[in-house]
Write a protein that binds this ligand. Structure first.
Ligand SMILES: *[C@@H]1O[C@H](CO)[C@@H](O)[C@H](O)[C@H]1NC(C)=O
Ligand SMILES: *[C@@H]1O[C@H](CO)[C@@H](O)[C@H](O)[C@H]1NC(C)=O
Ligand SMILES: *[C@@H]1O[C@H](CO)[C@@H](O)[C@H](O)[C@H]1NC(C)=O
Ligand SMILES: *[C@@H]1O[C@H](CO)[C@@H](O)[C@H](O)[C@H]1NC(C)=O
Ligand SMILES: *[C@@H]1O[C@H](CO)[C@@H](O)[C@H](O)[C@H]1NC(C)=O
Ligand SMILES: *[C@@H]1O[C@H](CO)[C@@H](O)[C@H](O)[C@H]1NC(C)=O
Ligand SMILES: *[C@@H]1O[C@H](CO)[C@@H](O)[C@H](O)[C@H]1NC(C)=O
Ligand SMILES: *[C@@H]1O[C@H](CO)[C@@H](O)[C@H](O)[C@H]1NC(C)=O
Ligand SMILES: *[C@@H]1O[C@H](CO)[C@@H](O)[C@H](O)[C@H]1NC(C)=O
Ligand SMILES: *[C@@H]1O[C@H](CO)[C@@H](O)[C@H](O)[C@H]1NC(C)=O
Length: 556
C-alpha cells in the first residue's frame, strides 16, 4: 500500500511537472517598450561571459580581448551557475561572443526552463566585428552573424541579437552606416525565418553631441516613409554614471532627458560603476521606477564573472580553479537585495498604446558624420564572380591568415597609389555614402583584387603577383582582357542592391532549429567595459581594433 502510494505520488508529480512546464513567454517590442503576455517587460540582467585573453598594445587602447570563452557551450558551467543567477533574480543574461559551431542545447534549455532570456552579441573578437578604424559590412561578417543566428534560432529564449558593441565612438561616427546596414540585413533575415528576436546595438557612453545622433540614426528611416526596415529594435547604452550612493538627479537625469522622445526600446546594456566602492547597486531602484521607465526597460549589471579593467576589478563571483565551486562576493548580495526589491516596476503604458514611428535621420554636422546612404547587402555571389576573373589571387600561406591580410592590403594599395591607381573599389566611406563595388566582399577577395590590379599594371609578369609568397597566379582567371572586364561588370548587376540574405551554402541544408519556420533559409569576447569617452578605461568586448585592413590607405 505504501509502495503504491509512493508510486502514485511519483506519477502525479511527474504528470503535474509536465503540465506545469510552460514555454518561456515571448518578449515583443511595441513602439518603445517591451512586453510579454503579462505586461511590460524589464530586462533585469547580468553580463555572463568569462573574460578572454587581453593583449595590451598600441592597437588595443580599449584593452579588448582577442580570444573568448563561449559560456553557453559549457553545460556544466551553466548548471553550476543557474542557482546563483536565480538567487540574483535575473531574467536575462548578456553574452558577448559565442561559437556557432559548438552545441548550446544544454545551457539554453537550462536557462529557458528557469525563465532566463539571452541577449547575444553577434560579433567576435578581432576580425569578427565591424572594425571602427576600417569599417566594412562584408560577406564574411554577414555569414558569421547568420551562422550564429542559425545556431540559436532553435531556442525560445533569445531576446535579442546585437549587431555591434561600442563600434561607434565620438570620432568614428562614420561607422554608423555599416552598423545600420548590418541591422537592416539581420532584421530581414530574422523576418525571413519568422524569428521574433529583436535586433540590438550596444552603445558606448560619452558626449551627447555624438551619442544622441548615433542612437537616433540607428532607429531612423532614411527613406522618410516611417519604415522600420533599417531600424534597430533595441538600443543599449553601456552606462556607468551612477557611482556609489548616487541619485537619479545626479546620475541619470541627463540620459533620461537625452532619450525622452526615443522611438524604440532602450535599456542599459551594461551598468555598475566601480569607482566609488562598495557598489551599492542603488541605481536599480531608480532604473526600475517611474523615474526611468518612460524611456528605459531595465538593464544588465556588469558582470557575473570577474573582469579586469584598467579601472579595477568587476565581477560578483569567483569560480574555483577546478571550475566546480562558485563563491559570491558582497557585490552579489547587494545586487541580489536590490533586484529582489524590484517587485512591480511600472506596468504602463499598455501594449499597443505606444505605436512605432520611424522618424527621419539626423543630419551631418561636425560631431556626427554618418551618411544616410547605407552600404548594400553583402553579395557573396557577386564577390565570387568577380574573384573568378582575377589572374592573380591571395593564396594564404596558412589558414591563420587574418593577421596578415590587413598589412598586405596596405602594401598593395600603397603600390597602386604610387602607380596612379587606387583602392576605391574595395573601400567604403560612411561619411560620403560611397561604397566601392567590392566593399562588401570578404577581405581575402579584396586583397586578391588589389594583387590582381598590381599584376595587371605590371603586364601580368608572374613576379609581380608574388607578394613575398602570398600571391599566386591563377591561370583560370582571365583578368586583363576586355572580356574579363565585361564579366566583372556583369557580376554586379545592381551594386547598391539590398536584399534578404540567406545562409552560406554550406549551412543551407543543415537541419535548422524547430524555432525556424522558414524553409528557404535554409535558415565579443571576454568582457571588460568601456566606460564612456572621456572616462574610457577599457573595453569589454567591443569591436576589434585589429582590423583586416589597417586603413593607412585612404580613398582618393
Ligand atoms: C569554435 O569551436 C571550434 C571547435 O572547438 C574551433 O575549431 C573554432 O576555432 C572555434 N571558433 C572560434 C571563432 O573560436
Ligand atoms: C579616435 O580617437 C582615439 C582616441 O580616443 C584615437 O586613438 C583614434 O586614433 C581616433 N581615430 C580617428 C579615426 O581619428
Ligand atoms: C550635431 O547634431 C546633433 C543632433 O543631431 C546635436 O546634438 C549636436 O549638438 C550637433 N553638433 C554640433 C557640433 O552642432
Ligand atoms: C575574487 O578573488 C579575488 C582574488 O582573490 C578577490 O580580490 C575578489 O574580491 C574576489 N571576488 C569576489 C566576488 O569574491
Ligand atoms: C526596497 O524598497 C523599499 C520601498 O521602495 C525601500 O524602502 C527599501 O529601502 C528598499 N530596499 C533596499 C535594499 O533598497
Ligand atoms: C508610423 O507608422 C505607425 C504604424 O505603422 C503609425 O502608428 C504611426 O503613427 C506612424 N508614425 C508617423 C509619424 O507617421
Ligand atoms: C577571421 O580570420 C580567420 C583566419 O585567420 C578565418 O578563418 C575567419 O573566417 C575570419 N573571420 C571572418 C569573420 O572573417
Ligand atoms: C595566428 O598568427 C598570429 C600572428 O602571426 C599569431 O600571433 C597567433 O598566435 C596565430 N594564431 C594561431 C591560432 O595560430
Ligand atoms: C570619407 O570622405 C570624406 C570626404 O571626402 C573624407 O574627409 C574622409 O577622410 C573619408 N573617410 C575615409 C575613412 O576615408
Ligand atoms: C606574406 O605576407 C606577410 C605579411 O606581409 C609576410 O610576413 C610573409 O613573409 C609573406 N609570405 C609568406 C609566405 O607568408
Amino acid at each position: 500500500m505504501a509502495k503504491f502510494t509512493t508510486f502514485c505520488w511519483a506519477l502525479l508529480l511527474a504528470v503535474s511537472c509536465l503540465i506545469n512546464v510552460e514555454a518561456i513567454d515571448k518578449v515583443t517590442r511595441s513602439g518603445r517598450y517591451l512586453y510579454t503576455s503579462s505586461g511590460r517587460f524589464y530586462i533585469k540582467g547580468v553580463a555572463y561571459q568569462e573574460q578572454g585573453a587581453v593583449i595590451p598594445g598600441a592597437d588595443n587602447s580599449f584593452l579588448e580581448p582577442s580570444t573568448f570563452i563561449d559560456p553557453l557551450s559549457d553545460s556544466d558551467g551553466c548548471s553550476r551557475d543557474l542557482p546563483f543567477l536565480q538567487k540574483l533574480g535575473v531574467n536575462t543574461i548578456r553574452v558577448y561572443s559565442v561559437n556557432s559551431s559548438l552545441n548550446h542545447d544544454s545551457c539554453m534549455s537550462t536557462f529557458s526552463g528557469a525563465g532566463i532570456y539571452t541577449i547575444i552579441d553577434l560579433a567576435l573578437p578581432l576580425n569578427g566585428s565591424i572594425d571602427r578604424d576600417s569599417p566594412s559590412w562584408s560577406t564574411n561578417l554577414l555569414d558569421q552573424y547568420l551562422e550564429t543566428i542559425h545556431t540559436f534560432n532553435k531556442y525560445d529564449n533569445v531576446l535579442a541579437y546585437n549587431v555591434g558593441n561600442e563600434a561607434i565612438i565620438s570620432n568614428t561616427t562614420d561607422v554608423a552606416p555599416f552598423l545600420k546596414a548590418a541591422a537592416r540585413d539581420i532584421k530581414a533575415y530574422l523576418n525571413s525565418i519568422s524569428s521574433s528576436a529583436l535586433v540590438g546595438y550596444a552603445a558606448i557612453d560619452g558626449d551627447s553631441t555624438f551619442r544622441v545622433p548615433v542612437a537616433n540614426f540607428l532607429s531612423c528611416d532614411p527613406s522618410n516613409s516611417n519604415s522600420s526596415s533599417t531600424s534597430i529594435d533595441l538600443y543599449g547604452l553601456n552606462n556607468y554614471e551612477w557611482c556609489g550612493d548616487s541619485s537619479f538627479e545626479a546620475a541619470y537625469a541627463g540620459v533620461e532627458g537625452d532619450y525622452a522622445g526615443y522611438n524604440v526600446a532602450a535599456y542599459f546594456s551594461e551598468f555598475g560603476c566601480i569607482t566609488s566602492p562598495p557598489r551599492l547597486w542603488t541605481e536599480v531602484g531608480s532604473l526600475f521606477s517611474s523615474q526611468m521607465s518612460d524611456v528605459w526597460s531595465g538593464g544588465i549589471a556588469f558582470s557575473y564573472f570577474p573582469a579586469e579593467s584598467a579601472q579595477g576589478q568587476f565581477g560578483m563571483v569567483n569560480i574555483s580553479s577546478d571550475g566546480k565551486t562558485v563563491t559570491t562576493g558582497d557585490d552579489f548580495s547587494r545586487l541580489e537585495a536590490q533586484y529582489g526589491n524590484v517587485t512591480s516596476p511600472p506596468n504602463t503604458p499598455s501594449q499597443g498604446s505606444s505605436p512605432a514611428s520611424y522618424p527621419s535621420c539626423p543630419g551631418q554636422n561636425s560631431s556626427f558624420a554618418a551618411s544616410t546612404t547605407l552600404p548594400p547587402t553583402p553579395n557573396e555571389a557577386a564577390c565570387d564572380c568577380i574573384e573568378s576573373t582575377f589572374g592573380c589571387v591571395f593564396k594564404p600561406p596558412t589558414s591563420n591568415y587574418s593577421s596578415i591580410v590587413g598589412s598586405l592590403i596596405d602594401t598593395a594599395c600603397g603600390l597602386l597609389g604610387q602607380a596612379g591607381s587606387s583602392c576605391d573599389d574595395i573601400g567604403g566611406n560612411g561619411t560620403t555614402g560611397v561604397y566601392g563595388r567590392l566593399s562588401g566582399c570578404d577581405p581575402t577577395i579584396k586583397l586578391s583584387f588589389t594583387m590582381n590590379e598590381w599584376y595587371q599594371i605590371n603586364g601580368m609578369q608572374p613576379e609581380s603577383c608574388s607578394f613575398a609568397g602570398n600571391g599566386s597566379v591563377d591561370p583560370l582567371g582571365a583578368s586583363g582582357t576586355a572580356s574579363a572586364f565585361a564579366a566583372e561588370t556583369s557580376c554586379v548587376a545592381s551594386p547598391s542592391a539590398t536584399f534578404t540574405p540567406t545562409l552560406p551554402s554550406g549551412l543551407a541544408t543543415a537541419s535548422s532549429g524547430s524555432g525556424s519556420s522558414g524553409s528557404s533559409d535554409s535558415g565579443s569576447n571576454g568582457a571588460v567595459p568601456v566606460l564612456g569617452e572621456g572616462q574610457v578605461l577599457l573595453g569589454m568586448m567591443s569591436v576589434a581594433l585589429i582590423g583586416v585592413a589597417s586603413g593607412i590607405w585612404t580613398l582618393t
